[in-house]
Design a protein around this ligand. Structure first.
Ligand code: NAP
Length: 455
């Protein structure tokens, strides 16, 4: 029987209910084939980084969930929350129940600096801090002490700017958002008055978007301070793209403004690499080396240490130097590039390099941790187009009844959350938030989520 018809719908499992998973589901529903999509997520709740990553003061970006809710309304969409691939359900089980699997698992770990002192209390990843203020159940328990006057953020990407903005924002502005209550209380009591951001290359290589740095400069009570000596263009940068040219021009203009008079400072430092985090019981300082910009064999601008060092007194160090994918049992993994090996989204065997029939990947697990939420739309559509092109070449096979998977999971004692369950969690969170004058008050632990999910 031909797959993709009402008599024999194409059955696809998508693992990961973040943006790339939802965009893949949407592309499948729009493919012209009759497709039934089951989306799995390790959390009882959907939306991945839109819920757990996007900053609480960026509610406009979070509005994209309305698009995902519309996709979930498709009659052939099912949600299996609280169901981790490789633990609650195996790859072999999915292979038995579906024609194809699409991994949309993102990149949940973080890159480390690999310097002494990195594990001292007070040194943590941006991933942990972001998860903590966003009420992610894996990150609620971090002992984050904001009792110091100065914090350092290593890395100058948009995540580094999110972390910085949350640290220097007026907590009362955050108080009406969906920020986790424990984070709001800590930020209200915070003593942090200065955040030093460290870029290892020159200002022209800053990874942040111009509007993100401008947003910080526009915050009331905050000065963005730049040393004029650190925004001198370098020939090693080569020709600048539009974003780099805009960033550099903005930073040079900012440098000309001096220290400013506001009580809170964001100090941008370029051509500085941390080499040691100092402290005995907790972080007391960050040691950095000044770099000059050179070029590698491929002509890319790279930092070279000069041996000139500096001690910056800080009580907190946030490393914000990129995310890393983590391996999942039964799924190929490229350990050098920290993602699922693939050719344009078709998963490759990690040993033979051959295409694995019926396995696909989208989003950060496919291309690495880059791009905005919307980038995942075209990315997922590209992978789904290949999947649809491949369908005709697959050998015929009958699949178990769609309800058998639910029964098989229940037989192991595992109860996934459904889309209706999520609806109850969502309503309860909004109600809790409403009572406190907030958009929503998230449940920060899984047991409370499951309790709220009950009809
Ligand atoms: P990113 O944009 O790749 O930035 C990572 C930063 O870490 C870069 O400045 C990089 O410097 C630096 N870095 C890496 N290794 C380092 C090391 N060993 N020592 C010092 N610095 C190091 O990544 P991200 O900030 O994690 O963001 C991930 C993606 O999400 C990006 O595409 C970002 O735009 C997006 N995002 C967007 C928003 C938004 O639009 N509001 C918010 C959050 C995230 P080099 O360039 O020298 O490698």
């Amino acid at each position: 029987m031909t797959r993709g018809t009402p008599e024999r719908p194409l059955r696809v499992a998508i693992v990961g209910a973040g943006p790339s998973g939802f965009y893949a589901a949407d592309a499948l529903f729009k493919s012209g084939l009759d497709v039934a999509v089951d989306v799995f997520d390790r959390l009882p709740t959907p939306f991945g980084l839109v819920r757990g990553g996007v900053a609480p003061d960026h509610q406009t970006i979070k509005k994209v969930v309305a698009v995902y809710e519309r996709i979930a309304k498709h009659p052939k969409f099912r949600f299996f929350g609280h169901t981790r691939l490789g633990a609650d359900v195996s790859v072999a089980t999915l292979a038995r129940h579906y024609d194809a699997r699409i991994y949309a698992v993102g990149a949940e770990a973080d890159r480390r600096l690999g310097i002494p002192g990195e594990d001292l209390p007070g040194s943590l990843s941006a991933t942990a801090f972001v998860g903590w203020y966003n009420g992610h159940p894996n990150h609620q328990a971090h002992p984050i002490d904001l009792g110091c006057a100065r914090a350092a953020v290593v890395g100058v990407g948009n995540v580094a700017l999110d972390v910085t903005r949350i640290l220097v924002s007026d907590p009362e502005v955050l108080a009406t958002t969906d920020i986790a209550d424990h984070a709001l209380a800590a930020l209200r009591a915070s003593k942090v008055r200065e955040v030093v951001l460290l870029g290892r290359r020159s200002a022209a290589e800053a990874a942040f978007s111009p509007q993100e740095i401008e947003e910080i400069a526009d915050l009331p009570g905050v000065d963005v301070v730049v040393d004029p000596a650190e925004v001198v263009p370098s020939e090693a940068s080569g020709p600048l793209d539009a974003q780099a040219a805009k960033n550099l021009a903005w930073l040079q203009a900012q440098a000309a403004k001096g220290e400013g008079t506001n009580p809170r400072k964001v100090r941008l430092r370029f051509l500085r690499s941390p080499y040691e985090i100092e402290g005995t019981d907790r972080v007391t300082a960050l040691h950095v080396e000044r770099n000059v910009l050179g070029r590698d064999a491929a002509g890319r601008p790279v930092p070279h240490g000069t041996g000139e060092v500096e001690r910056i007194e800080v009580g907190l160090v946030f490393r914000s130097v990129g995310y890393l994918g983590v391996p999942i049992p039964g799924v190929p993994f490229d350990h050098a590039r920290h993602r699922i090996p693939n050719r344009d989204g078709r998963v490759l065997d990690e040993i033979t390099g051959e295409v694995r029939v019926g396995e696909y990947v989208v989003g950060w697990a496919k291309r690495g941790p880059t791009g905005l939420v919307g980038t995942n739309r075209g990315d997922a559509a590209g992978t789904v187009a290949l999947l649809v092109a491949d369908v005709a070449g697959w050998p015929d096979r009958d699949l178990p009844d769609p309800h058998e998977l639910t029964d098989a999971l229940a037989a192991t004692g595992h109860l996934p959350t459904s889309w209706d369950d999520w609806g109850r969690i969502d309503a309860a969170e909004r109600e809790r938030g409403g009572a406190a004058g907030k958009i929503r008050e998230k449940y920060v632990d899984i047991a409370a989520m499951l309790d709220a999910a009950k009809p």
